[in-house]
Write a protein that binds this ligand. Structure first.
Ligand code: SAH
Length: 269
């Protein structure tokens, strides 16, 4: 390995949900040190051009080719930042890089490869809503690009029945408009129609919208590919303008809650 080769690296970074103030300082540093940026076109567009930096923007669904390219450049001594929106480990480029690494030449195993986290859409949306993920939760990608729809249905049903709050990514695309309607049907059966569902679109970007309704009132058109959908569990509720899930399960109500309830009752008497 030459000196140049040894200096190469691949850092797979998350750019957060869209607002520049939500990019971590660590990720900003990596972008400032990189010689090459690799990623899906809209994410690469977020990186300001500067002398010495080459932008490699590619289309959707070529993740492993993109990852291979990043590894090849790092092996040639480049400092490569692979960019994803949100967190790179959540339905994004980190796994694609490891898939390419697993299939690639053994020499790549010696490369300096690091994953740097970002704020994922589900958690950015949760924070705007209140605390719907305050207890156990599951994140599910509703795209059937890399898994059969039957598996998605199974996971929705079981997670709903198990009482997980859920965050859905890629909820509804033009190429599969009917599947989200089916997903809502399954959720109503598994969670009950009164369970709260929130549609968070363009979180942290201009034009952000957040709508919360009971599952019974949810319509498929409320979601698109710029929306992350959050479903609470049976205990998720409103407090003023906020939606939250308590930290405790119903049969584990802590003393401070029962005491307050008792106080309220005695106060009423
Ligand atoms: N790695 C990303 C997810 C990529 S999958 C992350 O961690 O957030 C793309 C999906 O993420 C979109 O279809 C949408 O469901 C969700 N998403 C990403 N950014 C979003 C935003 N600003 N507002 C709402 N949903 C967003």
């Amino acid at each position: 390995m030459t000196k140049d080769t040894a200096a190469g690296w691949v850092k797979i970074v998350g750019l957060g949900p869209g607002n520049e103030a939500m990019v971590t300082a660590q990720v900003q540093e990596v972008i400032a040190e990189a010689t090459d940026i690799v990623g899906y076109i809209p994410y690469v567009k977020r990186i300001p051009e500067r002398p010495g930096l080459t932008l490699h923007a590619t289309d959707n669904r070529v993740e492993v080719e993109r990852a291979r390219h990043a590894l090849q450049m790092a092996a040639a001594g480049k400092r490569v930042a692979v960019v994803s929106s949100g967190d790179p480990g959540v339905f994004a480029m980190a796994s694609a890089v490891f898939e390419a690494l697993e299939l690639g030449p053994e020499a790549w195993l010696a490369l300096d490869i690091q994953v740097l986290p970002g704020i994922t859409a589900m958690l950015a949306a949760s924070a705007r809503i209140g605390a719907p993920m305050g207890h156990d939760f599951a994140a599910i990608n509703l795209s059937d690009n890399l898994k059969p729809w039957s598996l998605i249905e199974k996971r929705l049903r079981l997670a709903g029945e198990a009482g997980f709050a859920m965050g859905f990514y890629n909820p509804r695309s033009k190429s599969r408009p009917h599947q989200f309607a089916r997903a809502l049907e399954i959720l109503r059966e598994a969670c009950g129609g009164e369970t709260l569902i929130s549609f968070a679109r363009d979180v942290s970007k201009p034009g952000e919208t957040i709508t919360t309704v009971p599952l019974n009132e949810a319509r498929p058109e409320m979601a698109d590919m710029r929306t992350v959908v959050i479903v609470g569990n049976k205990d998720t509720r409103r407090v003023g303008r906020h939606v939250y899930t308590p930290r405790y399960a119903p049969d584990c109500t802590p003393d401070y809650v029962s005491d307050t309830a008792a106080d309220t009752v005695s106060g009423d008497v």
